[in-house]
Design a protein around this ligand. Structure first.
Ligand SMILES: Nc1ncnc2c1ncn2[C@@H]1O[C@H](COP(=O)(O)OP(=O)(O)OP(=O)(O)O)[C@@H](O)[C@H]1O
Ligand SMILES: [Mg+2]
Length: 169
């Protein structure tokens, strides 16, 4: 319950504050997130590979939360008997960089690609995969707060790629 309240507070706060105003090395933040999720990574025997992530101007705390949610989901929604393989990378998107998080999990039907970003929107009962459905809503607020956006780039029963566009610094 406490986590849920904290998450809701984070959602409420995501659009406020000083705004993106510091140089944030996404490679450093991703390493920190891997530390935070170390138990889960070990438990699932996940492999995480990371491309050359850039530095962006942003709010460090928020960008770390965003990475934590996306990586956490990539580890959580795994196919039965398939070890998670997650690849984090960046692609060029004109004035933006698009951070991509690709997994080999259960996938998301195209009809749900919009709805999953709404608060409390989940595609599974809690007994199946734990969670409250706040993570992606928070990611969306954070991306918007940075002048960017988040989307499902592609998804199939073999896995999903999320993309987060952030202004190039
Ligand atoms: N990588 C993914 N693969 C498959 N389904 C996903 C993935 N990420 C999100 N989803 C679907 O989108 C829903 C919403 O994701 P979100 O992160 O908001 O919530 P959650 O992970 O269920 O809970 P919370 O993040 O609050 O712990 C999930 O419940 C799941 O159904
Ligand atoms: Mg989540």
């Amino acid at each position: 319950m406490n986590t849920m309240v904290e998450d809701l507070l984070a959602v409420a706060k995501a659009g406020t504050g000083d705004g993106p105003n510091e140089e944030v090395d996404l490679a450093v933040e991703l390493e920190a997130v891997k530390e935070l999720l170390a138990a889960r990574i070990a438990e699932t025997e996940a492999t995480i590979t990371v491309g050359a992530l850039p530095t962006v101007v942003g709010d460090r705390r928020q960008l770390r939360q965003l990475l934590q949610n996306l990586l956490g989901n990539a580890l959580k929604f795994q196919r039965e008997g398939v070890k998670p393989e997650v690849h984090v990378d960046v692609t060029d998107a004109g004035p933006f960089v698009e951070l991509t998080v690709r997994d080999n999990g259960i996938g998301i039907d195209a009809e749900h690609h919009e709805r999953i970003f709404r608060i409390f929107s989940r595609l599974h009962v809690r007994e199946q995969y734990e969670g409250t459905g706040i993570g992606l809503a928070l990611c969306q607020r954070i991306a918007a707060h940075h002048g960017g956006n988040i989307r499902v780039v592609e998804s199939s029963p073999e896995g999903t790629t999320f993309g987060v566009k952030l202004p190039r610094s």
